[in-house]
Design a protein around this ligand. Structure first.
Ligand code: HEC
Ligand code: HEC
Length: 297
């Protein structure tokens, strides 16, 4: 018993030692990652001033999820404050007079802050694909029209567990790393009920439903985020669904079997602000993706 206990103690000591070294390396790598600065060469965008474009900017701000993390009034929101990180969408009503479309675009489609550092958790890799120059300019116009809200700034920070998850690839903390900053932005696609346009919009679904859209638990996420379903045309997915079923799910949050979805898990109130053209485009694209069994991500 005693000998066993001693061996266990030695074994544990060795393990802890190795663990500490691995952890040290992890923290060092991830510190250096966050320390990396990006120099971007972005063009200024033409900011529209007509009321129709401003209204569309508001709709884009809501339907593309900005309001979820930055608040409908733009004053910011704490989205997560746990062992991996504190993630707080910044107050966009206090960006300062010299914050221009170049700085805005760097944040929105490149995940890079004004100091050149990668922003934490700001899903720029999705917006890089999903938003055109015109979209970004309209959202900028809307954000600039918001009255200032004097909320104190809550800084985002990646904590020890978050660094480990980041370096092991379990959870991406710095979306800037996922973007080819040298490449020109993808060509704008005219909004139309086509699979090509739907593919762009579907970038917003991949963080939860997976790159292959087959759902399953989100890596690194706490269980209260729920289990995203399979959106591919597989028997374990949407094979039996028609367009109307999809519209009801996206607008009213009801599944084909009538079950109500949890809006905290599946953000259908965000997608309810999508136009018919956008939802038709998404539906058209989802029918085209290769069928995959549930949970292959
Ligand atoms: C999943 C949450 C999330 C979503 C969705 C999101 N953001 Fe962010 N955003 C953040 C976080 C968190 C930060 C701050 C990161 C940091 O400080 O490192 C941020 C930072 C920014 C900044 C930089 C602000 C500054 O002070 O430099 C801008 C601009 C911004 N977001 C605009 C947008 C817009 C526009 C959208 C929608 C198209 C959007 N965000 C969607 C989480 C989000
Ligand atoms: C923040 C995570 C998240 C995002 C982003 C997200 N979903 Fe979901 N989705 C979920 C979860 C979780 C469920 C399961 C909800 C439940 O069971 O209550 C779900 C369920 C669904 C369902 C119902 C499927 C069924 O079999 O009942 C559809 C359809 C759907 N999502 C489509 C989409 C589309 C399309 C997008 C992108 C435009 C998207 N979702 C983006 C998390 C998300």
């Amino acid at each position: 018993m005693k000998r066993w206990g001693k061996r266990l103690a030695i074994g544990l000591g060795v393990l802890l030692g190795l663990g500490a070294i691995a952890l040290g390396i992890t923290v060092a790598i991830s510190h250096s990652l966050q320390g990396e600065t990006y120099v971007l060469a972005l063009d200024e965008l033409q900011v529209p001033t007509d009321p129709a474009a401003l209204a569309e900017g508001e709709r884009l701000y809501a339907s593309r999820g900005c309001a979820e993390c930055h608040g409908a009034d733009g004053s910011g929101a704490v989205i997560m404050d746990g062992p991996p990180a504190r993630v707080a969408g910044s107050n966009l009503t206090r960006l300062g007079a010299d914050y221009d479309t170049v700085a805005f675009d760097a944040a929105v489609r490149h995940g890079v802050g004004t100091d050149g550092r990668p922003l934490i958790f700001m899903p720029a890799h999705e917006y890089y694909v999903a938003l055109s120059d015109a979209d970004v300019a309209k959202i900028f116009a809307h954000v600039r029209s918001l009255p200032e809200v004097a909320e104190p700034a809550v800084p985002s920070e990646v904590r020890l567990l978050g660094r480990v998850l980041h370096v092991t690839g379990a959870m991406h903390m710095f979306p800037a790393e996922l973007i080819d900053h040298e490449a020109p932005h993808p060509d704008a696609i005219e909004p139309a009920p086509t699979a090509a346009y739907g593919e762009r919009l579907a970038a917003a679904c991949t963080g939860c439903h997976g790159e292959g859209f087959s759902g399953g638990p989100i890596p690194g996420a706490p269980p209260e985020l729920g289990t995203p379903k399979n959106l591919t045309p597989h028997a374990s997915g949407l094979a039996e669904w028609d367009r109307d079923d999809f519209f009801v799910a996206m607008r009213d949050g009801r599944s084909r079997d009538g079950a109500a979805m949890n809006a905290e898990q599946m953000p259908y109130p965000v997608f309810a602000r999508m136009t018919d053209v956008e939802l038709d485009a998404l539906w058209s694209y989802l029918q085209d993706v290769p069928p995959r069994p549930f949970g292959e991500r």
